[in-house]
Design a protein around this ligand. Structure first.
Ligand code: SF4
Length: 251
């Protein structure tokens, strides 16, 4: 049962792989790692496999606008770990209605329309994944942006169930890891990594955080980590969330 008591029991397990093994064991078939192919998600898969967690499920939200390199990474992860990533795509009716009303490129129009696009292409698929889960394992880390600075290892969220809600345990096993630690782990364990996150560009520019093709650019050496997302809005680091970890947007 998802409860504060469960969290206090789990909090005693500090090692990420053992924590996930416990979760996959306690909630068989109802626990999954959600990843968009960022560094931490790849590390989590490796941790879970190395810990011999039973019945590992991994899912991703395929917006149908991902970089080819992201799709290549998913294939590499599947091959390396013998897993099949579950892909959740946008619901056809909502996608069609959105595109008919606002066009394919609505995210350039306003922050509200970008949030709507993310809602249809990312949040709704994610909700379909969460419909099958009691435990959602994420790669969130507190050093990723100012809006994520308060991220802890455990959180109970309310997930819609008809007119009611039900609790889901959201777990971020590497919440307090720094990016350098994650990179070191990935290198040491020869984990497949997104090709764009490894790429060095002229002038010290690089990809830090990857989303959909048109909405992601590299960042400069002194820019905030999520500056490459929806660059045309020129909003703060705390306004650079796609909505997966936020309440639904207004239309
Ligand atoms: Fe739409 Fe861009 Fe969000 Fe992808 S990142 S869902 S294309 S607004």
């Amino acid at each position: 049962m998802i409860s504060e008591k469960l969290i206090s029991e789990l909090d005693a397990i500090k090692e990420p792989g053992l924590l996930m093994k416990e979760l996959f064991t306690r909630f068989p078939g109802r626990t999954a790692i959600g990843t968009s192919g960022q560094l931490t998600g790849c590390a989590l898969i490796d941790f879970a496999v190395q810990a011999k967690a039973p019945g590992i499920r991994v899912f991703t939200n395929d917006t149908l606008r991902l970089f080819p390199e992201t799709l290549d990474l998913f294939q590499a992860l599947e091959k390396r770990y013998g897993l099949t990533l579950e892909r959740y795509t946008p619901p056809e009716a909502e996608l069609k209605a959105m595109v008919e009303e606002y066009g394919e490129f609505l995210f350039f129009d306003s922050k509200e329309r970008q949030e709507l696009c993310c809602y249809v292409r990312k949040v709704l698929p994610n909700q379909r994944a969460l419909n099958t889960l009691d435990v959602w394992i994420t790669g969130l880390r507190s050093d990723q942006s100012s809006s994520r600075s308060g991220v802890g290892r455990f959180e109970i969220i309310d997930h819609p169930l008809g007119a009611q809600t039900r609790p889901i345990l959201k777990v971020a096993p590497l919440a307090d890891w720094k990016e350098a630690d994650v990179r070191e782990y990935l290198k040491k364990n020869k984990v497949p990594v997104h090709a764009l996150l490894e790429k060095k560009l002229p002038g010290g520019w690089y990809y830090e955080s990857l989303g959909c093709i048109l909405c992601t650019t590299p960042i400069g050496p002194y820019e905030p980590r999520r500056a490459g997302r929806w660059r045309w809005f020129n909003t703060g680091d705390d306004k650079k969330e796609c909505g997966l970890h936020l309440p639904p947007p207004k239309k």
